[in-house]
Write a protein that binds this ligand. Sequence first.
Ligand SMILES: [Zn+2]
Length: 121
Amino acid sequence: MVKSYLMKVKAKKEKGCKEIQSLIPGYLSGNLNLRQAKDFTRHLKKCKDCREEIEISYLLDKGIERVENGETVDLHADMEYMLSNTENAILQLKQFRTAVYLIESTAVFVLIACVLMLYLF
Ligand SMILES: [Zn+2]
């Protein structure tokens, strides 16, 4: 019983990792949508396996190019930098959406107020 439950949990975890790892190319080329980027960064924070996967992909994708250009590559620092950049971008997008929402609500409110004034006076 317990064993089959644990296997199920493990299978679920692996499925999650598979999905996340399928997003790596999109992440490296900056083509994830907000939802995907959120899931991606959240998962990578706690999953060592996927972190290793993305570090390898990153190394193959960008690292070699940078080494060829004579730059030094600090893989760990680069990853931290990229992930925190993504988190900031998500945060800014959220704030932007909140601002748009507030402006829209205010506009609707002003419109209703105008209509009421027209009727009342
Ligand atoms: Zn994972």
